[in-house]
Design a binder for this molecule. Sequence first.
Ligand code: FES
Length: 104
Amino acid sequence: MSDWTNVGNECDIPEEGTYPVNLGDQPVCLYKLDGQIYATHDICTHGAANLSEGFVIEGQIECPFHQGLFDIKTGKATAAPCTIDLKTYAVKMEEGGVIWIKEA
Ligand code: FES
């Protein structure tokens, strides 16, 4: 999939919060950090946890199952037990806050 997909409006996403959406059949988690929107795969690389049910801590998402961490901007696994990086997506925001994502 290479086309941009509309997944909502930035006003729906709390600052330093999470917001689950879908890109086709892929579960994706949106985040807002300092007013910028980021997107990662919503499933932890360590187990079947939805990261959108986790907590944002200083630019990282903490998995709700075993408290592993990923950098939201890069997807890099930053704390055990997570060792496999998280997939990230390209994000663009139009005037009015409309959010589009696509495969990075
Ligand atoms: S399932 Fe996410 S840290 Fe284990």
